[in-house]
Design a protein around this ligand. Structure first.
Ligand SMILES: Cc1cc2nc3c(=O)[nH]c(=O)nc-3n(C[C@H](O)[C@H](O)[C@H](O)COP(=O)(O)OP(=O)(O)OC[C@H]3O[C@@H](n4cnc5c(N)ncnc54)[C@H](O)[C@@H]3O)c2cc1C
Length: 441
């Protein structure tokens, strides 16, 4: 039940050496490698399955500043510019456009939270408009009902998850970067404590810098290296429907259901925050750190099943470096969508936008969202292994900030002036007992 995804051809054999090796070809890995290659750094990217095939092709496609946590807002703003600049400088199409995001509500408390966020965002130079009832009803006329209020964020937009990561990988290849699909990294070699190579299933790539952009697999990979990275995966389900005759809003959020227009005219439908929690050994290990987050979101989290164990991405087992690892057994993490959620999402979407009654369900899929205890990613060199940079735990909102995060990681890898303050992301924060504030989003 994989979502649509563009395919790119890559070379089967990785090089013997590279200045930097990026592990993972999701949106974070490809943008990291792209910004490294642009600086003339020799870079090899290894992806165990297909470029973009996990979270990066399974999401809504929202690239938003709206309602971002303060720690991520600077990166979100930079990313919007970088999405545009990437298209102009590479000629590749990620489907990004600043269509603006529309939020509608009849709940005073929700409207008041959006209004407070608008006031905060103003101080960061971000413009977003609160809509009164008349304006909200007019902008949301496709729903055929009245709304108490809403928000329109005109500078935000969407990119196409089917196109984005492959487009960036294609641009990377044009710059001379090497990309290798069906090539899992099994581990890291060190000399004198520093990274000296990445062990892949197709041989060792000598390097002094390795970036782990492994999404939901990052924590179990870290465990092999003695690094404790608390991560929990939750399974979100989503569906898409065929184009309809009258154009609906490009990107509409309501508490009940959200709707996003894809480049091919289809609409992706989902319920914000609704997810299944599939218990795994790793989940049990880190559960105490996730209590505040789960307490905050308990209304939208439902008990799951065995999908997490089946995926193998949250194993606590140690694997050998000279034999196939769990990453080679599961090339693409493709969990089953939760059919009850899919049905409920469709029902709510048709109720919200009657025009969708004409549409046919074309696909339904799920993705494992890799969360950290505070809902903010871990990005930075891990102090215990110089040369090893972690870039994971994007907690359900890493697609939109992919370009900014990739730029920051390339800055850290090359010692350049960081594009945003890296401090809120540093992985060391996970080693203490203080977990900080759980992100609002
Ligand atoms: C249903 C859903 C809706 C979402 N909606 C949004 C949204 O609207 N906006 C937004 O900003 N974000 C959204 N997100 C979150 C967003 O998709 C992710 O935060 C983002 O894609 C993470 O990118 P990534 O590159 O870190 O991870 P991934 O895309 O998961 O990529 C990680 C890659 O690493 C590879 N890998 C792992 N281990 C190894 C290894 N050892 N060797 C080689 N390769 C390896 C995997 O195969 C995978 O391809 C959503 C997520 C889901 C599931």
């Amino acid at each position: 039940m994989s979502p649509p995804l563009h395919h790119i051809n890559t070379s089967p054999k990785p090089p013997a050496s590279a200045d930097v090796v990026v592990i993972g070809g999701g949106i974070i890995g490809v943008f990291t490698a792209y910004y490294l290659a642009k600086r003339g750094v020799s870079v090899a990217l290894v992806e165990k399955g297909r470029i973009g095939a996990e979270q990066s092709s399974r999401n809504w496609g929202w690239c938003r500043q709206q309602n971002r946590d303060a720690r991520e807002l600077p990166m979100a703003s930079k990313s919007l510019d970088l999405w545009e600049r990437f298209a102009a400088e590479s000629g590749e199409d990620t489907g990004f456009h600043r269509c603006g995001l529309l939020y509608l509500s009849n709940d005073e408390a929700e409207l008041s939270r959006w209004s407070s966020w608008r006031d905060f965002a103003k101080t960061a130079g971000v413009t977003t408009y609160m809509l009164n009832s008349r304006q909200a009803t007019q902008r949301g006329q496709a729903t055929g009902r009245a709304w108490k209020g809403g928000v329109f964020s005109p500078t935000d937009g969407t990119a196409d998850p089917a196109k984005a990561a492959p487009a960036v990988a294609a641009a990377l290849i044009k710059l001379g970067g090497s990309v290798h699909q069906n090539c899992a990294a099994r581990g890291i070699e060190t000399e004198g404590g520093r990274v000296s190579g990445v062990i892949t299933e197709a041989g060792v790539i000598k390097t002094r810098t390795a970036v782990l952009a492994g999404g939901a697999w990052a924590s179990s990979f870290c465990r092999q290296l003695g690094i404790r990275f608390p991560q929990a995966s939750i399974r979100q389900s989503i569906l898409s429907v065929s184009p309809v005759e009258h154009r609906l809003p490009d990107a509409l959020f309501t508490a009940g259901v959200s709707v996003t227009r894809r480049n091919d005219g289809r609409y992706a439908l989902a319920i914000s925050g609704r997810a299944r929690v599939d218990v795994t050994p790793q989940f049990m290990r880190f559960a105490p750190q996730f209590v505040p987050m789960f307490a905050k979101r308990w209304r939208s989290l439902l008990p799951g099943g065995l999908e997490g164990v089946r995926g193998g991405h949250e194993t606590l087992k140690r694997w050998r470096l000279d034999a196939p690892t769990p990453m080679e057994r599961v090339r693409i993490l493709d969990p089953k969508p939760d059919l009850a959620t899919v049905r409920e999402t469709h029902r709510r979407a048709v109720e919200l936008l009657p025009e969708l009654r004409e549409a046919r369900i074309t696909d339904a899929w799920a993705g494992f969202v890799d969360s950290t205890p505070d809902g903010v990613p871990g990005i930075g060199e891990v102090p215990s292994i110089p040369g090893f940079i972690l870039a994971a735990g994007f907690s359900g909102h890493g697609f939109g900030i992919g370009p900014g995060a990739g730029h920051l990681i390339a800055d850290l890898a090359t010692g350049a002036e960081p594009i945003v303050d890296p401090l809120p992301y540093r992985p060391e924060r996970f080693s203490g007992s203080a977990w900080g504030k759980v992100a609002d989003f």
